[in-house]
Every structure is written in structure tokens, then in C-alpha cells.
Design a protein around this ligand. Sequence first.
Ligand SMILES: Cc1cc2nc3c(=O)[nH]c(=O)nc-3n(C[C@H](O)[C@H](O)[C@H](O)COP(=O)(O)OP(=O)(O)OC[C@H]3O[C@@H](n4cnc5c(N)ncnc54)[C@H](O)[C@@H]3O)c2cc1C
Length: 291
Amino acid sequence: VDIISQPAKKLVKTAKVFAVQLQNGQNIRAEKLIIATGGKSYPATGSTGDGYKFAKSFGHKLTRFQPSLVPLEAKYFVDTNQKNIPQLNVNQLQGLSLKNVAIEVWHENTKLYEDFGEMLFTHFGVSGPIILSASSHLRQINSHLLKIDLKPALDEAKLDKRLVREFEQNSNKQLQNILKNLLPKKMIPVFLQLVAINPEIPANRITKAQRKQIGWQLKNLWLKVEKFRPIHEAIITSGGVEVSQIDPQTMESKLVPGLYFAGEVLDVDAYTGGFNLQIAWSSGFVAGNSV
Ligand SMILES: Cc1cc2nc3c(=O)[nH]c(=O)nc-3n(C[C@H](O)[C@H](O)[C@H](O)COP(=O)(O)OP(=O)(O)OC[C@H]3O[C@@H](n4cnc5c(N)ncnc54)[C@H](O)[C@@H]3O)c2cc1C
């Protein structure tokens, strides 16, 4: 087997033979050809989207591309009327990682996705495992809202009891200090601005309405999602060579005999956790066995 490390520039089929034109000018001829050039994401790894161009040149249909398993840009928290809170930028929380939180993604009063686990605030918005998974459920981003429940293990009533206990046990302590028992340190200034309660108020002067508001805010941190991060930051490309034009038994093109596809170049994508690698390996195995 000859292994040639050269980018392919052009693929053509003449009669029954494929010709692969390499960057160094060399031409390779073959009766069978497998296109396994990956997607468009993380181009530094070599996958710059060439496979789509090749597929198109053979008449294959491409479905719409978009980044998937990708961080989300978010600038502002939103209030209960879904209006931006301009004085409170999400990037104030950059570097903060949250464990065991629940998220929901909403669009026009419809819940599109919910998950539980780890996430991270960054200089541009949000990332981390549950955010990446959420991204794969979004198509175009347009006024999408992300809700973060910081206390998913406690329902409203249990959380209220917990707050009553905290405030009774620390009756002379200031709210900003009591919050250290409930929130990561970095979150506290942001949280205090969101609830708009004097940080120095002692627990014994917090009203029932204020306590309820604190409880609500702990379970309702809403922010507006602006857009996906660019495709070069996405773990995978969603979209690609239309699978109905490929025979899944062999991975051979139904349009061009002798032409095969495998991996992310196809319009197949999945969650993190090895599923995308498995798609690449399994389709590559089938294509390799079929040529
Ligand atoms: C940072 C990161 C983390 C990831 N983590 C996971 C994970 O945890 N689990 C998971 O399942 N998936 C993960 N993925 C996705 C997974 O790596 C890909 O889905 C998978 O590698 C796709 O395999 P592929 O062979 O189709 O394409 P690729 O692995 O992209 O390989 C394509 C190859 O084709 C070559 N190529 C491209 N164009 C040309 C050309 N014109 N001529 C010659 N060669 C060319 C490229 O150089 C590259 O070597 C991750 C991806 C990234 C970027």
C-alpha cells in the first residue's frame, strides 16, 4: 500500500476510472474512490470542507451546514419580561464553571431542550458539555433563551425552606455573606444585581417577598443566546452529503458507481461521547470492505 501525504485538489471520473489530482501536480488513477475528508469544523486538523466540493462536483446533493457541538455566544442576562439587562454582561462570569445545574433552551415560549450537568461561562458566553449538547438541537439562533437552574435538586418549596433555615441560622449576617453558602463566589455580585437587593442587608431584615425573589432567581437565571460560535470552533459540522444518495450497505454513491463516502463528510452527526468517531469508524469500515 502506498501512503501519499498530499492534499487532493480535484477529483474527476473518466469512463470507469477516477483521477485524483494532488497539490504537487501528481495524478493518481483508481477504479474505486472513498471520500473521507471530514467536515468543515476545526480546519487546523485538516478538514477544510474539501469533501463537500468534491461531492458536489460528482452531482451529490449537500444539506445545509451549521456548526454543532459548539459553544454559544450570549452577552446579556434577561429579566422576567425577557428584556436584556444591559448593565449586566454575561462575561462578568467568565471562567466560572458550574456543576450539577439544569438548563433549558427556549424559543418563543417553546422549550427546545433540557439537560443537567456541567457548563462553563467564557468571555463570549457559555460552553461546556451540556451547552455543546444543547447546540446540536438548535438550527438558526434567533431570540433563543437559556435558563439555568442553579438548584435543580430542590423544588421551590424545599429551596424556600433552605433559605428560611439559612436566614434564621445567620440572622445577623449580611445577605452577600450568606450567599457564599449557596453560590460560587464569582456568581454573588451578579446575583445580587439580578435580585436588586442591598447586599449588606442582614438576614433578619429580609422580607418574605425578597426571600421568594432570591429563591426564584436561584432557579431562573435567564440569558439571551445571540449565536453559535464560528464553525471552526465547532466539534462537528452538521449537514453534508445527503445520505439518501448513499447506499448504507456499502457506503457507495447511488449516483456515481465506484465512489464511496465515509465519516463526517456525510450529513450525519451525533452528541459527544464517541458517537461521531463511531460514525466515522463504522462508515469507513463498511466503505473499506466494499471497495
Ligand atoms: C476538538 C475535537 C474534539 C472532538 N471530540 C470528539 C469526541 O469526544 N467524540 C466524538 O465522537 N467525536 C469527537 N470529535 C469529532 C470527531 O473527531 C470527528 O467527527 C471525526 O474525527 C470525523 O472523522 P472523519 O474521518 O470523517 O474526518 P476527520 O477526522 O476530520 O479526518 C479527515 C481527514 O481528511 C483529510 N483531508 C481533508 N481534505 C483533504 C484533501 N483535500 N486531500 C487530502 N486529505 C484531506 C484531513 O487532513 C483529515 O486527516 C471531536 C472533534 C474535534 C475537532
